[in-house]
Design a protein around this ligand. Structure first.
Ligand code: MSP
Length: 545
């Protein structure tokens, strides 16, 4: 049989990748729905970084507007003080709880942001995209949006007889104000042309269809200022108005990377990073796929590369939310299962782009079957056999130019899944990328069962074969550590340390993920170390809260 190629010939060239999460309202502490967006973005960012792409991952907080003002007032503090408190006590700590590797954290109260927003608005005003007008419409403070007819429904129960928001089920407020308007309607045709020319601009396809249908109905101009309260960024030419909170918030994606600054270094950063990729929940798709590109077109800036809308975590068939008292705090899960399990579970169990229901039973079952038994046991068995039969070093055998068909099928699979997973990540299909990689976990478990190294070990004549089997399995672990690092960073780091790979191959995070399927990387003789338990047994009463 022909030698197994150990190089991947067509590896994508490194490129640039700027990724954002939505910025989160600081009216309350995060629940697992917010953490879900963060984890998905983090897996993508870590993957691209490990692939050598020029990656920048931005997250942050949305701090202006009526919703925050009302919460702060109800708690007897000034809005900025409230925002500071929530950012420090809840939103920044969330990033540690679930191991988020963001490069920057923007707050809409940062001076860099406020200056950039003022600059952007002034430009649009000077160039004739903004006019003053009167307005009367139904507003949802939960959404911070004047609601389109399609999202206004009749209230029930305590709100019977009132018009309520279809998302929040809370009464809408009739607002009548003198506002400034952005001439968004002028961009309808250009937006439709954009969706046509770039079919992957809005993803997945269901989200794209929804956005196209919305724009085809006809776009209205957008009210972009408010006068009835002052918690916001003043309109630069008329300080009796503050900027509409969504118009302010969307601009974080460019102010964070240098837009609007006079510093030449900031301008260079902006040129290097923009355009970006936005990950958003489907409830805020329209802001990102319609309003935001129209704003950018008006300012003469490039539109984003992609807008990807993910689904909701549901409880009882409805979007999990704090206001409906269905929110679960992320640490309720991580305290018991750890952050890796949190990350793995949500990325694996829910098709990215669709809604999914969280259940403690499903989490506990996947933890046990996939992480502890599937991956954790595989690693501990292989390393224990290396310790027992080869004095704890990497055996000879993974460099054999004419491997047996069973060994070759493992190395070929590693190459295949590495390429396929990279392609799936490029299409934002995180769950499919993990499923690709998991084929290697399952195949390696099957391989060990079939090859029975413990039987080979009893016969000194089969010593060479024993080495080849364990070397193949160990190379498989090396590839898995590299491929799974973006998803389960802590467990893979422990595995990397136990493989002795740090000394032989360098830091795990710097290993090219697109080359993870290349075989025979870990040198024979590399000393290994005891493996910490990757996914400890969990008492099921703790899990079945
Ligand atoms: N501040 C705005 C976003 C401005 S971006 C320029 C906002 N904030 S939010 O805190 O309400 O929501 C932030 C993100 O969390 C949204 O993408 C939203 O879809 C997501 N999620 C909130 N609840 C969720 C679930 N139950 N499930 C999945 N994601 C959810 O909107």
């Amino acid at each position: 049989m022909s030698p197994v190629p150990n190089r991947i010939d067509r590896m994508p060239e490194p490129s640039k990748f700027f990724l954002t999460t939505p910025i989160f309202y600081v009216n309350d502490a995060p629940h697992i729905g917010h953490a879900y967006t963060e984890v998905a973005a983090d897996v993508l960012a870590r993957w691209h970084r490990q692939a050598g792409d020029d990656t920048w991952f931005l997250t942050g907080t949305d701090e202006h507007g009526q919703k925050i003002l009302r919460t702060a007032t109800a708690n007897g503090v000034a809005p900025k003080e409230w925002a500071d408190r929530l950012v420090e006590s809840a939103w920044k700590p969330l990033l540690d709880t679930i191991d988020i590797s963001n490069d920057d954290f923007i707050r809409t109260t940062d001076a860099r942001h406020e200056a950039g927003v003022a600059k952007f608005l002034q430009k649009l005003y000077d160039e004739g995209h903004v006019y003053a007008g009167e307005f009367e419409a139904l507003y949802c403070v939960g959404c911070e949006e004047f609601k389109p007819k399609s999202e206004i429904v009749d209230g029930t129960g305590a709100f019977a007889g009132e018009k309520v928001c279809a998302i929040h089920s809370k009464p809408l407020e009739l607002l009548q104000e003198k506002n400034y308007f952005f001439k968004m309607s002028a961009f309808q045709d250009r937006l439709l042309a954009l969706f046509e020319e770039r079919p992957d601009f809005v993803q997945p396809a269901s989200a794209r269809n929804e956005v196209i249908a919305f724009v085809q109905q006809g776009l209205e101009d957008l009210s972009i200022s408010r006068t009835s309260f002052d918690w916001g960024i003043p309109i630069p030419w008329d300080s009796s108005h503050v900027t509409y909170v969504w118009f302010d918030a969307l601009l974080n994606y460019v102010t964070a990377i240098g837009y609007g600054s006079d510093d030449p270094e900031a301008a260079a950063r902006f040129a290097r990073r923009w355009p970006g990729n936005h990950l958003v929940g489907k409830d805020i798709l329209r802001f990102h796929a319609v309003i935001w590109p129209a704003m950018l077109m008006a300012a003469g800036l490039e539109v984003p590369e992609h807008v990807f809308a993910h689904g909701w975590l549901l409880v009882g068939g409805e979007k999990m939310s704090k206001s409906k008292l269905t929110g679960i705090a992320p640490n309720e899960i991580t305290d018991t299962f750890g952050s890796d399990a949190f990350r793995y579970y949500f990325m694996r169990a829910i098709s990215f782009g669709h809604d999914g229901s969280f259940s403690w039973e499903d989490l506990a079952a996947r933890y046990q079957a996939e992480l502890a038994n599937g991956f954790g046991n595989l690693a501990s068995r292989v390393l224990a056999m290396n310790a027992k039969y080869f004095d704890g070093v990497m055996p000879e055998g993974a460099h054999d130019p004419t491997p047996s068909p069973s060994d070759a099928s493992i190395s070929e699979l590693a190459q295949r899944v590495a390429v396929a997973a990279d392609e799936r990540i490029g299409a934002f299909a995180i769950h499919e990328a993990i499923a690709e990689i998991w084929q290697l976990v399952d195949a390696l478990n099957g391989y060990i069962t079939e090859q029975e190294p413990w039987v080979l070990a009893k016969d000194p004549a089969k010593r060479e074969r024993l080495g080849a089997v364990l070397a193949t399995a160990t190379e498989g672990l090396r590839a898995l550590a590299e491929l799974l690092h973006p998803v389960i960073p802590l467990a893979t780091a422990k595995l990397w340390a136990a493989l002795g790979a740090e000394g032989a191959l360098g830091a795990l995070g710097s290993r090219s993920i697109r080359a993870a399927g290349e075989w025979g990387r870990l040198p024979a003789g590399t000393p290994q170390h005891p493996l910490e338990v990757l996914f400890p047994r969990i008492e099921m009463e703790a899990a079945a809260k």
